[in-house]
Write a protein that binds this ligand. Structure first.
Ligand code: ASN
Length: 482
């Protein structure tokens, strides 16, 4: 048993060393900000084929920061989460192709508009739908929390359509193309850009977008005013010296490149794997890192809950039952949003996505572990306790020397099962912007629109890792039973 444990500890240490996740040093002299963004909003925010996060927003921000003298870290995530991170003070600012609207001005302070555009609607390329009145009784796909969604909601009853919501643009486009819904509403240049890059949609009436959609950088109302002022100052500078036009032309001029890789790169599983090797690898590392840290901490927490659950003290037992009840009963995604967006909104203290993610795993998986640990101890034959006590051991000694070792052995299969679940559950943390394997898949699909191949690759990677984890667990199980 001891040898097995040492091996596991050494293996864990090796994984950590391999991952070598060190934080980047920051220059002390310039202010440093955390800025969230929309992970998938080409041409404003997206990844190129080398997995570099680029786009009009990203290039402008880079130039503006240089001109105004600040540094920043970008956190790409779903648009809605990017906005909420700022509203809850988790991040300092957001640049995400955000439309400046009156509603949003209640919560955010906006920079001067950095791009003037409008909201339009698009259908599938060969759709028979050409006017809004054709939408009657049909479904429209929208991206949650966007200005396009807000506009569509405002005319929903007038035109009698239903709405489906998604958290990223690519899934919205797929839904329309696959025919589950018939149209979407979004920023005109974004629709035009994706169509130019081969998405089989058609903008209806591009000459007459419905509503103004000026885009602005945003901070939480009343906060980070220095950053906002710097952004405006930097924007004015790069508009004057021509950098602004250069950036916009890089993406929108007639000869702008597509940034997404050649057709050959994207038409085979092998090509996709090769082109995106670095992204898949870094996504996988993040998934493994979350899994390992999550498993270790959740196991410790779960063991504690389990031991408390069989303690003689009824208060301790009650406490353990309540904690297990709450965190086992709460959907993991809800818990993640609650920790990452809910609590900081009230307390004003930041918690990084990574910390919130790990806490989510620990609380959720730990509750399940606590439940089966308690069950495991309870299922050790009652005669064992009596026998130990009659040999003169105290209750504590009997627990430590007789019940716990036997119980733990019974629990090994449940632990293995929970480890595999933890690995799969890390994928939910993509929702709070952690760039693990699933989020990596989303970003790649957005870029190359190869949903089938990319998701098949991601599924295969998970299966391979789960197989390895199972083999390792089986090996440990054998050792512990030896
Ligand atoms: N223009 C969109 C909005 O502000 C932004 C986005 O979808 N990234 O609602």
């Amino acid at each position: 048993m001891k040898k097995g444990l040492t091996t596991v500890v050494v293996a864990l240490a090796a994984v950590f060393a391999l991952l070598g996740l060190s934080s980047q040093p920051v220059k002390a002299s310039e202010p440093h900000y955390t800025i969230t963004s929309d992970a998938t909003y080409a041409p404003f925010d997206f990844q190129d084929k080398n997995n570099k996060y680029i786009g009009i927003d990203q290039d402008l921000l880079k130039e503006i920061a240089k001109a105004a003298g600040f540094t920043y870290t970008v956190k790409p995530m779903a648009f809605n989460a990017a906005m909420q991170s700022v509203a809850s003070s988790q991040a300092d600012g957001v640049i995400a192709g955000t439309t400046i609207t009156d509603d949003r001005k209640q919560v955010y302070d906006f920079s001067d508009p950095y791009y003037k555009t409008g909201i339009a609607w698009a259908t599938a390329k060969n759709s028979k739908i050409h006017s809004l009145s054709d939408l009657k009784g049909k479904t429209v796909a929208l991206k949650t929390g966007t200005a396009g969604a807000e506009y569509a909601e405002s005319i929903k009853d007038q035109y009698g359509f239903q709405i489906s919501y998604f958290s990223d643009s690519d899934t919205v486009y797929r839904d329309v193309i696959n025919g589950n819904s018939v149209a979407t509403f979004a920023d005109l240049p974004v629709l035009q850009y994706t169509i130019k890059n081969g998405t089989a949609l058609k903008v209806q009436n591009p000459k007459a977008p419905f509503a103004a959609g000026d885009l602005g950088f945003a901070v939480k109302k009343g906060e980070n005013q220095a950053l906002l002022a710097d952004f405006n100052k930097g924007l004015a500078t790069i508009k004057k010296n021509g950098t602004y036009d250069k950036v916009v032309n890089k993406y929108l001029s007639a000869k702008a490149s597509t940034f997404t890789g050649s057709a050959k790169d994207n038409s085979t599983v092998w090509g996709i794997l090769k082109t995106n090797r670095a992204a898949f690898w870094s996504g996988l590392k993040q998934t493994l890192y979350l899994t390992v840290v999550g498993i270790v901490l959740a196991s410790l927490w779960g063991l504690l809950l389990g031991v408390l659950g069989v303690s003689k003290n009824s208060l301790m037992r009650g406490l353990s039952t309540i904690v297990v009840y709450i965190f086992r009963g709460m959907p993991m995604l809800v818990l993640a949003f609650f920790l990452y967006i809910g609590i900081p909104a009230v307390t004003g203290t930041k918690i990084s996505a990574w910390t919130a993610g790990i806490l989510t795993l620990v609380l959720n998986e730990g509750a399940y572990i606590g439940a089966f640990v308690r069950g495991g101890f309870n299922s050790v034959d009652g005669g064992q306790m009596e026998a130990a006590r009659s040999l003169g051991l105290s209750h504590g000694q009997a627990m430590r020397r007789v019940i716990i070792p036997q119980g733990l052995r019974l629990m090994v299969p449940s632990f293995i099962n929970q480890f595999i679940i933890t690995l799969k559950d890390t994928s939910l943390l993509s929702a709070i912007g952690i760039l693990e394997l699933t989020q990596t898949g989303t970003l790649i699909v957005t870029r190359n629109s190869q949903g089938f191949r990319v998701w098949a690759i991601v599924a295969m990677i998970y299966l391979v890792v789960i197989t390895l984890l199972t083999l390792l667990s089986n090996w440990v199980e054998k050792r512990t039973n030896a």
